[in-house]
Design a protein around this ligand. Structure first.
Ligand SMILES: C[S@@+](CC[C@H](N)C(=O)[O-])C[C@H]1O[C@@H](n2cnc3c(N)ncnc32)[C@H](O)[C@@H]1O
Length: 248
């Protein structure tokens, strides 16, 4: 029997290996993750995340799942929005990222309505129809079985709830595409090497972005597991896209 394979960046690996390789990347970068995000994107990731929050429709009392939430940028904002009667679950597969996130949010004084859960997006340990909103920000491209993860998100979302997927996507302008390729394959790994002494993790970042489904493909994947009224916004000429879908 031939072993199922998948991609880890541009490298073809056994499906069973990918999770451990991705884990290695995020254990390695966790401590400097926030700094690197600001450096690599010139702070623009904050605007992309703000746009996602503006599209989230979160209200006091809501239950929110910030999946693959890492160091908790979105969780911090949602925690303030849902108030004492609401709850935000920061879920991530990687304990190093969760720990950096938990320390950061506690230092911000955000303690009352946040729960931390170590979980794989492909098999979420939550009841059916539970959350008003699920966000997965720069997380989906790292997941081995994306269809299984989307189906799992659909299951735990309440009817009427929405899913937001913020992720790198396919630039819409050829010139932007060229500049972006030059930047991400030549500059990013060097910044990574300089700041984290781990250029390979940032080479993976650039490669994983190219391997991720484009805007229309991801839209179809969401529709295939049951999401309705799926639409997307291109941000920074499609360098990033925000997909939104509903469960009815
Ligand atoms: C690039 S970080 C994004 C963190 C945060 N959401 C943000 O936007 O800054 C990707 C995160 O996805 C997590 N991740 C990767 N595979 C996962 C999986 N199968 N299930 C849950 N989290 C996963 C990683 O551990 C990492 O924390």
């Amino acid at each position: 029997m031939t072993e199922a394979t998948t991609h880890f960046g541009f490298t073809q690996v056994a499906e069973m290996e990918k999770e451990a390789l991705v884990a290695g990347v995020f254990h390695s970068v966790a401590a400097k993750y926030d700094l690197m995000n600001d450096l690599m994107s010139f702070g623009i990731h904050r605007l992309w995340k703000r746009f996602a929050i503006d599209c989230a429709g979160v209200r006091p009392g809501h239950k929110v799942l910030d999946l693959a939430g890492g160091t908790g940028d979105l969780t911090a904002r949602f925690s303030r929005m849902v108030g004492d009667k609401g709850e935000v679950v920061l879920a991530d597969i990687n304990d190093s990222m969760l720990k950096v996130g938990r320390d950061k949010l506690r230092n911000l004084g955000l303690v009352n309505n946040i729960r931390y859960v170590q979980a794989n997006a492909e098999a979420l340990p939550f009841p059916d129809n539970h959350f008003d909103l699920i966000t997965i920000s720069f997380g989906l491209r790292n997941v081995t079985h994306k269809d299984a993860a989307l189906a799992s998100m659909f299951r735990v979302l309440k009817p009427g709830g929405r899913l937001l997927v913020l992720e790198f996507s396919k630039p819409t302008q050829p010139l932007m595409s060229k500049v972006y390729d030059l930047y991400s394959f030549n500059v990013l790994p060097r910044i990574g090497q300089l700041v984290t002494q781990d250029g390979d993790s940032y080479k993976y970042l650039a490669e994983s972005i190219r391997m991720h489904p484009d805007q229309e493909t991801l839209k179809s994947m969401m529709e295939n597991v049951g999401f309705e009224e799926v639409s997307y916004y291109n941000l920074t000429q499609g360098v990033v896209a925000l997909h939104r879908g509903y469960k009815f």
